[in-house]
Design a binder for this molecule. Sequence first.
Ligand SMILES: [Zn+2]
Length: 198
Amino acid sequence: MKAITVRAPWCIAIAAGAKPVENRTRPTSYRGPVAIHAAASWAIQGGDDPRVRAWWWGDPAWRHRPSLESGDFAYAFRRVIAVTNLNGCHQAEPGCCTTPWADQPTAAVPIVWHLELADTVRIDPVGPLRGQLAVPWRLPVEAAAAVTANYGLATAVASLGQGGLLSKVRAAFEEVDPAPGELVERSRRLVVGGDAGA
Ligand SMILES: [Zn+2]
């Protein structure tokens, strides 16, 4: 599995699904799944950034709240914290993206590329791992396996919570007057993916 290393708090916002664009000074031709790896260091300007604070504290409360502190995110440093999909990459130009997280060129950073991220899933952290500058870099085999496993678990839990198997089982149990054995059988059929048999 591929990975990109991003400093916190930017990577925290990506992992939460709040930040759909990663700003870089170079393009990448890679498309597909990519792990979000938190760098070892904290981006101080990120902790002060109005977009980060508005996301973290809520709008407009953030105006009266402090900058984010690195100590609150110690769990993330040097670990893979999410899996996303890198769906595209384009050079920044006025109006190219609607999200406020997409930076435009400045005098200090005259060329900006937007990496388009989608379907981001936060996972139980994997690591610590040493970050790399390449976009993307390749995770070591053991780390990739752990990330894949944690991603599978996270997506399964998400589907349960969003009206998947769990709600079907609950609905089966809430029907009127079924015999207990019938309930068990219906649940079994649901679990093995057969007909719901309502
Ligand atoms: Zn853009």
